[in-house]
Design a protein around this ligand. Structure first.
Ligand code: ADP
Length: 307
């Protein structure tokens, strides 16, 4: 089965909110697929629909080669879902939490799988600790272990690394890489564009619609532009001045700005002069390729302008 998830013209409204507005795409088996978009874009709604937990208004959804409407239970037995509000039982230990989820999924012989998952998430030495006494990252790893106890073929992750520290994020990604090696298909939403870069395929969505869908490399190549990165004094006013005087797309990232350019040399010469005229000193500059984040901001802005 090449395409494990097929979505065709999916629509979902909440009263007067068009949360999902005609979305179509496929996910290949064994892929890591990333859904990226600003807050309110429709990411959680799509993931909840795909898990069968939320109804949809129209469109067709084929998962594991079955229609979700008519085969919901069978599909749900084969998927894992780590939601943003995944609830662990604080007064149960790690072991007991996993056992609880095994029973919910009707897995009666779970001990070997539990040991494997504890090893996999490096939680074995803490197995007798109450969930309430775990750090945020450890809780998230336990939640992941619970959502994998029944060996799902597809794992849905809704912003799994939001609010956890960078060390945990690295650790979590290693675990995901191992899951992929085992053939699990991973479908995740993430607000982190650097994480999206690691996916095989990414869909950028905004206002319930897809604005780009491809491998991160292809999405980046699609613009045919380059980035002029500048670090300078008084960065905020420098960015405003450049925007007004050149009409170029300027994106601020803390103490640096990325200027999206068709012609690096020409634009740099022009910008250097503009900043000098405004007594702003350039500390450093370089030419680099667009990141997914650059492209994403650019595309969302263009959409907003068109709308
Ligand atoms: P994201 O996950 O990308 O932040 P969501 O899927 O949560 O976006 O939300 C998409 C849109 O649907 C938002 O405008 C949100 O306010 C709205 N929405 C989501 N869930 C509900 C709900 N249960 N009732 C009403 N509106 C909702």
């Amino acid at each position: 089965m090449k395409q494990i998830i097929k979505i065709l013209d999916l629509h979902k409204n909440f009263e007067n909110i068009n949360a999902v507005n005609g979305i179509s795409f496929n996910v290949d088996a064994g892929q890591m697929f990333g859904l990226v978009g600003p807050d309110g874009a429709g990411k959680s709604t799509i993931i909840r629909i795909l898990t069968g937990l939320l109804s949809y208004d129209s469109g067709s959804l084929t998962i594991l080669n079955f229609d979700l409407k008519t085969n919901k239970k069978m599909i749900q037995d084969n998927i894992g879902y780590l939601s943003q509000k995944f609830s662990l039982y604080g007064d149960l230990t790690i072991d007991e939490n996993i056992e609880f989820f095994a029973k919910i999924h009707g897995v009666s012989t779970f001990e070997d799988r539990r040991n494997e998952l504890l090893q996999f998430t490096r939680l074995t030495e803490f197995r007798d600790r109450l969930a309430d006494n775990l750090s945020g990252g450890m809780k998230q790893k336990l939640a992941l272990a619970c959502s994998l106890i029944h060996k799902p073929k597809i794992l849905y992750l809704d912003e799994p690394t939001t609010g956890v520290d960078p060390v945990f994020r690295r650790d979590f990604w290693k675990i995901l890489a191992n899951l992929l090696k085992d053939g699990v298909t991973i479908f995740m939403t993430t607000p982190y564009l650097d994480e999206a870069e690691r996916c095989n395929k990414v869909a950028l969505i905004n206002k319930g619609k897809i604005i780009s869908i491809d491998s991160p490399e292809k999405i980046k190549e699609s613009t045919n532009k380059t980035v002029l990165e500048i670090v300078c004094n008084n960065i905020k006013s420098a960015a405003s001045i450049i925007k007004v005087k050149t009409n170029l797309e300027v994106q601020l990232f803390g103490d640096r700005m990325d200027i999206i350019s068709d012609n690096y040399k020409k634009d740099y010469t022009n910008i250097e002069k503009i900043l000098m005229d405004n007594s702003i000193e350039i500390i450093s500059h370089r030419n680099k390729s667009l990141s997914l984040e650059n492209v994403f901001i650019l595309k969302v802005k263009n959409e907003t302008v068109v709308a």
